[in-house]
Design a protein around this ligand. Structure first.
Ligand code: MN
Length: 236
């Protein structure tokens, strides 16, 4: 049986003429499928008992990208740049993050996923990255790389990627991690010091968070492909 992977989804509430919609960029689904997993989507408006029942069915969790986490979740007033806040999605993904830890499931966190996970465990976010150093909102297409990240030698991420000192990534974020939740460590940085990857060393199952979007780089980028393969292997 291929591993079943819960994938969190975005919530669209922008059109008053239509009902709320759960949406997910197709590259997440394709990346999990190509790596050998079966994607199972988690709607953000599912109540906790049903979310729990869904998590009973899966072998790993992917928390995906999207709008900003409400700064109130980490005790700050919102910067004017903050956008795309969804209370339902914040609530759902904080619940999913904590439930995944309690269940000892392998966890892959991408972009907002790494941010909301850090907030769920007590960390904070940099609400708007100052414009200096590498530009974190690239003009290039999403499947192209735009800045390098330096990897912590010996980290799980570096080992998965074959121990390079740095790799090229894409970058589509205006927020980043500020204070790290207890137990979380940084394992990659952009040249301006922005944290680009995290791990949770005390947590034995697979846990890797990346600030870039490997799902948009796979399958043409071997590093992105290696990351999804390692995640699915851990879920098997
Ligand atoms: Mn970046």
């Amino acid at each position: 049986m291929p591993p079943r992977i819960a994938i969190t989804t975005s919530l669209l509430v922008n059109d008053p003429a239509r009902p709320d919609r759960a949406v997910l960029n197709a590259p997440y689904i394709r990346a999990i499928e190509r790596a050998g997993g079966i994607p199972i989507l988690v709607p953000p408006f599912l109540a906790e008992p049903a979310t729990n029942a869904l998590l009973d069915l899966v072998d790993g969790i992917l928390v995906t990208g999207g709008g900003d986490v409400d700064p109130a979740r980490y005790g700050e007033a919102p910067d004017p740049s903050v956008s795309g806040i969804s209370d339902l999605r914040d609530t759902s993904e904080i619940f999913v993050s904590k439930s995944a830890i309690a269940r000892q499931l392998p966890i892959l966190l991408i972009c907002r996923g790494m941010q909301v996970f850090n907030v769920a465990l007590g960390g904070t976010l940099l609400q708007d990255i100052p414009i200096s150093g590498p530009r974190h909102r690239q003009d290039q297409p999403r499947h192209e790389t735009s800045h390098d990240v330096r990897l912590a030698p010996g980290s799980r991420l570096a080992r998965i990627l074959g121990d390079p000192s740095s790799i090229a990534t894409n970058s589509m974020h205006h927020q980043a991690l500020k204070s790290l939740a207890p137990g979380i460590i940084p394992t990659a940085w952009a040249e301006d010091g922005i944290i680009e990857a995290i791990e949770f060393p005390a947590y034995d199952p697979f846990l890797v968070g990346v600030q870039w979007h490997p799902e948009e780089l796979a399958p043409h980028d071997p590093h992105a492909t290696a990351l999804f393969s390692a995640f699915i292997t851990a879920c098997t």
